[in-house]
Design a protein around this ligand. Structure first.
Ligand code: 3HC
Length: 311
């Protein structure tokens, strides 16, 4: 049975009225948003690491500057999202501590290694491509600060996806070895990119409530299907092969049927046993500790300025 505040709240959500930080909201709504937005922010920050591995080895200055711009964008996306989460009453230090202790999650996709330059193409094209499909509905989610942060993020993500596809096109038009490198990257990033959308709807514990609160506007499987349908023609255009022997166009549904996802791999990666989980967290903890002096100096400087103003 809903309390009067809860039914008034649910009515606003159902009418598409944005919920703002100072509005009354159920504790569960606040907690779900803190969980999702902080983990989204962690994904952006940890997501810089796989690409950082290739900045010094980019094949041209143009590719290097594009990659640097993309990584810088991801840092900004992380800051927007941490700020959106802070409007719900959680501190930045708490969120960062939860990431470093392994308590908070970040997107599974960032626990895979980037072995060749073609991975920079596959990540931009497939990982940012999946992220866009997931993030466009979030621009219309019920929580104001999250929806507004997503609008800016989505604009920058489309540049990320396009530059990734451009790298893949260059490789596929290049030597046979370059085309093989692109196929190898596709083979390694295809299934993990589909896992980004989360467990199947049947296995998803949060979806029903998140849908009722209009945080999740489309289900995990709906968005995953959109990714498959959108990407298969692009793979064919590149002259590459989808690493899924069960992929088949279904005339009746108007969608591609595709093979089974290895949910054991997904669960393993989320539990912290993916190829790079430990390395990613170690890198983040080291960066945070190495930056402590800088944060302390900023605080000391701000306090000094405050004292000067008060004099
Ligand atoms: N990686 C890690 N954990 C995942 C996951 C993934 N790919 N997919 C699901 N999970 C976790 C969920 O967080 C949840 O665990 P929790 O309750 O401890 O948080 C559990 O698995 C069950 O999944 P549900 O589907 O029930 O959970 P949600 O309703 O939260 O849906 C989600 C999961 C679709 C990822 C949703 O949280 C979401 O849309 N988040 C915002 C988008 C996001 O985080 N994107 C990251 C993509 S990468 C990125 O943005 C960087 C880009 O610039 C490249």
């Amino acid at each position: 049975e809903m309390s009067p505040e809860e039914s008034a709240f649910q009515q606003k959500v159902d009418e598409g009225i944005k919920i703002e930080p100072k509005d009354w909201m159920p504790e569960g709504y606040r907690k779900t948003l803190i969980r999702q937005i902080s983990q989204h922010a962690h994904s952006e920050i940890v997501g810089q690491l796989p690409e950082g591995n290739w900045v010094t080895r980019a094949p041209t200055l143009k590719r290097k500057s594009i990659l640097l711009a993309k990584i810088q964008d991801e840092a900004g996306h992380g800051l927007y999202l941490y700020s959106a989460a802070e409007t719900l009453g959680v501190s930045r230090d708490q969120m960062v501590a939860d990431l470093h202790s392994g308590k908070a999650k970040y997107s599974s996709i960032f626990n895979y290694p980037t072995l060749t330059w073609a991975d920079m193409g596959a990540i931009g094209w497939l990982v940012d491509g999946s992220a866009i499909i997931n993030q466009i509905p979030l621009c219309r989610c019920s929580y104001g600060p999250y929806a507004r942060a997503m609008i800016r993020v989505c604009k920058e993500e489309s540049f990320h996806a396009r530059q990734g596809y451009d790298i893949m096109m260059s490789l596929c038009k290049g030597t046979p070895e370059q085309k093989q490198m692109a196929q190898d990257a596709l083979n390694r990033w295809w299934w993990p990119s589909l896992m980004m959308f989360g467990p199947s709807d049947a296995e998803s514990v949060n979806s029903a409530q998140s849908a009722a609160w209009r945080i999740k506007l489309f289900s995990n499987d709906e968005l995953r299907q959109k990714m498959v349908d959108q990407t298969v023609p692009q793979i064919e255009y590149l002259g590459l092969t989808v690493p899924d022997p069960d992929l088949k166009w279904n005339e009746e549904t108007g969608h591609y049927d595709y093979g089974k996802i290895d949910w054991e791999e997904f669960t393993n990666v989320i539990k912290g046993n993916g190829p790079c989980n430990r390395e990613r967290l170690r890198t983040r903890v080291k960066a945070y500790e190495d930056g402590a002096w800088f944060r302390d100096a900023l605080v000391a400087h701000a306090e000094k300025q405050e004292r000067r103003k008060a004099e």
